[in-house]
Design a protein around this ligand. Structure first.
Ligand SMILES: [Zn+2]
Length: 169
């Protein structure tokens, strides 16, 4: 397994729309293993392949406190079930150090393939439902900062650009 470098906002590669996985093979499973290792190392609760510059529709999530519930979503699709919404202070490994309130649909159904390429369906609750929507956004080239005010987004962008410049020195 290997730790993968994570792209940070405003890197334009995070805006790439990821392509569907056509075959769930050992190469994809290797990517999944590396993504879990990278996510747990950070630590984070979700990671989309887009964030490690692999533009395939693969997401890994574990919202448990003891790394006991690893979930894999390949080619995920979300259906919004009703008009209810929930608010959550979201953060992102690609927007390190910043948390903002995002409003998203509360009740969703998710269809995806697992690490063996087998289709499954869940109706996630609470934090898991938030996390899946956040990660699916990544696959579509979208970030949680796109859901907040342009003023806040610009401020975060400026701070991260400053940080990246300092790191490059
Ligand atoms: Zn994220």
């Amino acid at each position: 397994m290997a730790l993968l470098p994570i792209l940070e906002f405003p890197d334009p590669r995070l805006r790439t729309v990821a392509k569907p996985v056509t075959e769930v093979d050992d190469k994809i499973r290797q990517l999944i293993n590396d993504m879990f290792e990278t996510m747990y190392d950070c630590p984070g609760i979700g990671l989309a392949a887009s964030q490690v510059n692999v533009h395939k529709r693969v997401v890994v999530i574990d919202v448990s406190e003891d790394k006991s519930q690893p979930l894999v979503f390949i080619n995920p699709e979300i259906e919004v079930l009703d008009n209810s919404v929930s608010e959550y202070d979201e953060g992102c490994l690609s927007v390190p150090g910043f948390y903002e309130t995002v409003v998203r649909p509360e009740h969703i159904r998710v269809k995806a393939l697992d690490r063996d390429g087998k289709p499954f369906e869940i109706e996630p609750q609470g934090l898991l439902a938030v996390c899946i929507q956040h990660e699916l956004d990544h696959l579509n080239g979208k970030l949680f900062v796109d859901h907040i005010s342009p003023f806040k987004r610009t401020r975060i962008r400026a701070k991260l650009e400053k940080k990246h410049k300092a790191e490059a020195r």
